[in-house]
Design a protein around this ligand. Structure first.
Ligand code: SF4
Length: 198
């Protein structure tokens, strides 16, 4: 049986496959302003608990899994709208149009569908710095893209191969910029790695 694919891996991979590999294969983690903000955000929403306001039931830090797809992780918040699960993922930064967050949300929806045997047609991303909540439709296109990424992450974890750097504008705000060195040719990175262990 394969190791489960963590929901957080999907967001990392959708943002940059190399970032996902550096974190989950090479165990690289550079703490910086972005990661600290993310950690503080999740400390606030990671307290397990449930609440009821009028007809709205809310679960916090809910463990998630999908046995068929081999997924596991946790949802920041799951609201239950007339009994239908509605995942809400909290993000520390300002609102942006990235698809990686939607992929992670869709994977949460796939878990909730199997766990509660109910269709999950929508979820939301909440951007804390912008105080904006945007609804995300869990449509066929997003589901297909998410399933493809789950397969790609599983393959990458099995082969343990770290992809090459993308070296584009995504690198500017990447928490792993100093470890990744995206502008260095791969050959030179290999030489430096060998040299540092000599
Ligand atoms: S610095 Fe760029 S290439 Fe390297 S992990 Fe980050 S986004 Fe990917």
């Amino acid at each position: 049986m394969d190791e489960p694919v963590l929901l957080s891996m999907l967001e990392h991979y959708a943002f940059c496959p190399r970032q996902c590999a550096l974190i989950h294969i090479e165990q690289v983690w550079d703490e910086n302003l972005y990661t600290l903000k993310g950690t503080m955000t999740h400390e606030r929403v990671d307290e397990v608990g449930s609440s009821q306001r009028d007809s709205l039931h809310v679960e916090r830090a809910l463990p998630l899994w999908n046995e068929r797809l081999g997924l596991s992780g946790k949802a920041d918040v799951v609201e239950f709208h007339a009994g239908v699960p509605y995942p809400v993922e909290y993000k520390s930064g300002r609102m942006r149009e990235g698809v990686s967050e939607s992929i992670q949300l869709c994977a949460q929806a796939l878990c909730l569908e199997e766990m509660f045997d109910k269709a999950v047609p929508e979820g939301a991303l909440y951007w804390i710095a912008s105080r904006k909540r945007i609804a995300v439709t869990i449509d066929e296109a997003l589901r297909t893209q998410t399933l493809e990424i789950i397969d790609e992450v599983r393959t990458m974890m099995q082969t343990r191969k770290v992809p090459s750097a993308i070296a584009d504008k995504r690198c500017t705000h990447c928490s792993l910029l100093s470890s990744c060195m995206p502008k260095l040719p791969d050959q030179l990175k290999g030489y430096l790695d060998d040299d540092s262990t000599a």
